[in-house]
Ligand binder design. Sequence first.
Ligand SMILES: [Zn+2]
Length: 325
Amino acid sequence: MEREPLLSEEAKEQRGSGQEKEQNRYKQLLKRFQQIQPILLTLMILAIIGLSVFLVNEKMNVQRLQSSNSDFRKQIQALQVHDNLVIEKMQRIYRENENFQLRYGPIPARGGNADYPMKPKTVYLTFDDGPSEITPAILDVLAQHNVKATFFVTGNETPFGKEMYRRIVKEGHAIGNHTFSHKYGLIYASGDRFMDEVKRLDGLIAQETGVHTDILRFPGGSNFNGTLGIDFMRQLSRRCIDEGYDYFDWNVDSKDSEKPVQSKETITSSVKEQVSNKNTAVILFHDLSAKKTTVEALPEIIEHLKSQGFTFEVLRKGAYSVKFI
Ligand SMILES: [Zn+2]
């Protein structure tokens, strides 16, 4: 066994001082830790605060995204509604295009050398609101000039009214529905009320003339903006088409309804001016007892239209037509 070397006194001292040194270093470390402890705590608190701010911010971001998402949804819904309206308009254009092609042949492709079929200039004289005291005079002028027109009549159950329905049909004019009462408050109260008015007048016209009319004109026009608004008129016009009717507005206003009695000159010049740039003209006149100047203006208007090369036609279902909505 090897003997442990005896430590000299000096060596013992050295060892003792080594332990002390280690203790001192430990104390120093502890002291330093105690010094930096508040800094560490502060850092931790700051980290927690930072994290909380970050989380709150993220949550707000999510909420913001959710609300903008619902805004987007609303915009998409609005676009879909708009889309449906565009589709309806396109369908109408297709339908009119079909009518056009049925009458005038196929439309050649753009840019080709094919001759475009020239659509004949066509005019539709239309008289609203009769029968009235001036109906016989209107019919006389039309007969004298050998032209046909379209009468959008209202309900008149007097012997004279019935006689006028018969005369209109007998003389080769078209007869259309303008509602029985023509009272805006009644006819535009609801879709059902409107159709009741139309059917009631249809019955009377059929009973007197044997004609089951399938054309109509909305009092005030298809874009009449009454208490139920324009959306109601859109639904109503679609319903009329679904129920087998075609409706017609106008693109030339004789202005004979602007005043109780319009001057003959204004009626004539209004028509001449508005037909000047048109190939197809649907002219609005009124068949009411006070409208004597309308009758007076008619011969000059008809002669002018003839001189401009217009042919006179009557409206019928599917005719190339003017529709406000
Ligand atoms: Zn009317």
